[in-house]
Design a protein around this ligand. Structure first.
Ligand code: FNR
Length: 186
């Protein structure tokens, strides 16, 4: 039987109607059978504060476990003021600590940025990649995924209705599945 890889999905928007979340749901549906995607809840993660490490908040412990249990990590990020939203950066920081116990290390990753504008979250996408280098997540280089003008891509039920975006995301997930297979921690 084909091995199933567990992919933890991190969405940098907490809005119910988030286009990043809608894209995450589309990716879950379009992903090849070798990947199983689950969105990780980062909404109530307390801000990282090293003083709390003596008795870490239960949400930190849970997040670290969820990252550790995943074979790969997939990020969907909006762009806030040309960078990564604080909620997503906080999750990266929490997962990278306590010092010497970086849960992210070696998990094959990928980045998708989704914006209602037409620069497609490029700034956030690349700021995120900068952090991923430091936490030792090998992030797939190609294809890059910049999803522009997202408000026109979904119907009222939140389903992806744009054919060319759908075709692109299928190819993107096929490439990511190969990336995971080659780079998964042995
Ligand atoms: C934005 N938005 C935005 N868009 C963009 O392309 N570049 C940017 O720098 C910003 N900056 C920004 C800052 C803040 C505080 C907010 C709230 C929004 C717009 C953003 O792309 C839009 O709100 C998306 O809909 C956010 O993604 P979700 O929530 O739909 O996933």
């Amino acid at each position: 039987m084909m091995k199933k890889f567990k992919i933890a999905v991190f969405v940098g928007s907490l809005r119910k109607a988030s286009f990043n979340l809608k894209t995450a749901k589309a990716l879950k549906a379009l992903a090849p059978g070798s990947l199983s995607l689950e969105v990780v809840n980062i909404a109530s993660l307390p801000f990282f504060n090293e003083d709390l490490e003596a008795t870490p908040p239960k949400e930190w412990v849970e997040l670290r476990k969820q990252i550790a249990a995943a074979d790969g990590v997939l990020f969907l990020t909006p762009e806030y003021n040309r960078s990564v939203p604080a909620v997503l950066k906080n999750a990266i920081d929490v997962g990278s600590r306590p010092y010497g116990q970086n849960s992210w290390s070696g998990k094959p990753g990928a980045v998708v940025s989704v914006s209602i504008g037409n620069i497609s979250g490029f700034g956030a996408n690349h700021h995120l990649r900068q952090s991923l280098v430091f936490v030792n997540v090998p992030a797939m280089a190609q294809p890059e995924a910049y999803i522009a003008e997202a408000s026109g891509l979904f119907n009222d039920a939140g389903e992806l209705i744009n054919g060319s975006t759908r075709e692109f995301l299928i190819k993107f997930m096929e490439a990511y599945a190969q990336w995971v297979e080659v780079n998964v921690k042995k």
